[in-house]
Design a protein around this ligand. Structure first.
Ligand code: FE2
Ligand code: FE2
Length: 333
């Protein structure tokens, strides 16, 4: 019997394409002219294949759990924590400067002169999309690098990996789904593409070397990066709720997102989509802070392990037992 996901996708397949094509003619945001818009990832149709489901089916999130997700910060405890946090703060302020994102200044000016603050700093749907596309293209790198290096280490040392590789690769897959989803709403221009290319060239190599030297700092770094991602998506959700992003108020999530997250009918708005994405970022935040707390050489991955006492809350793939600052080693291993 086919899985519910496969069955759903199979039923949806043809109508999905027509809806998709229709939706493209009213593609709401783009950085290029309508003439240049081309079909972004239409499902490839072949004679024999009916459907290609996602490699890693997404766990089901309940709306109640997604609404509980919030901003959190893990206090630094060690020197390497401070290095990781300082690097993230530096990268964030550099990127904010270049991209003209001034949240703190905007809030300060808004208290004195809301009209000027709005005119000078207001984030629009387009600005958020460009920011999301750039950041998601970077966010997909660490999991792949970590997974790849652990895979090579396992081959080289002829030892088991204890389950970390799949969680890391799954994380980068999930980040790529975030990117593909946002790309259904805006086609990046040449400048953004070059920026992504340049950033990837630098970031991939830097992270690769850093992970070879010290995986613990790297997971902490990703934990802090994901704290920032949760902050950004929380602001986007709050801006929709405050009526500051009118183009997103009635926008429906693209087909690719509806299928991947199994978004239930009536819960497929842009706001719902951002709730799913923010919950994913909160999951990455938890996973990477937890990995940063473990002995990377020998500890099993607590996210794929079976526990002696299954009744006691423990790490899972979903967000039902989410710990924003990660699980401590003594509680899981
Ligand atoms: Fe993401
Ligand atoms: Fe993430």
């Amino acid at each position: 019997m086919p899985s519910p996901l496969i069955a759903r996708c199979a039923i949806n397949s043809y109508p999905a394409i027509t809806t998709h094509l229709r939706s493209l003619s009213i593609r709401p945001f783009t950085t290029t002219s309508t003439k240049q818009i081309r079909l972004f990832f239409p499902e490839t149709q072949t004679k024999k294949i009916r459907i290609t489901p996602p490699a890693w089916p997404h766990p089901i999130y309940t709306e109640e759990d997604m609404k509980k997700v919030g901003i959190a910060h893990r206090e630094t405890r060690t020197f390497s924590d401070r290095v990781a946090l300082a690097t993230i703060r530096m990268l964030r302020s550099g990127f904010d400067l270049v991209s003209g994102y001034r949240h703190d200044q905007a809030v300060a000016l808004h208290k004195k002169d809301p009209a000027t603050a709005q005119q000078k700093y207001a984030m629009t749907e387009e600005k958020y999309l460009i920011r999301n596309i750039f950041l998601e293209s970077i966010a997909g790198v660490p999991g792949m690098v970590g997974g790849m290096l652990r895979h090579l280490r396992s081959l080289r040392r002829m030892k088991r990996d204890n389950g970390w590789i799949e969680t890391l690769l799954e994380e980068s897959y999930n980040e790529r789904m975030h990117l593909l989803t946002f790309l259904q709403m805006a086609e990046p221009g040449l400048f953004l593409r070059l920026l992504v290319l340049g950033a990837q060239g630098v970031f991939f190599n830097a992270f690769f070397i850093a992970y070879l030297v010290n995986p613990v700092i790297c997971h902490r770094f990703v934990g802090y990066l994901e704290e920032e991602a949760v902050i950004t998506y929380t602001r986007e959700i709050a801006d929709i709720e405050a009526g500051k992003l009118p183009k997103w108020e009635n926008l429906q999530a693209p087909e690719i997102a509806v299928k991947y997250w199994n978004m239930p009918e009536g819960h497929r708005s842009m706001r719902d989509l951002l709730l799913y994405i923010r919950a994913d970022e909160a999951k990455h935040r938890e996973v990477n802070h937890t990995f940063g707390n473990l002995e990377w050489k020998e500890d099993p991955n607590p996210y794929v392990s079976v526990y002696r006492d299954e009744e006691k809350p423990h790490p899972t793939k979903g967000i039902e037992n989410l710990k924003p600052t990660g699980w401590e080693r003594k509680d899981v291993v």
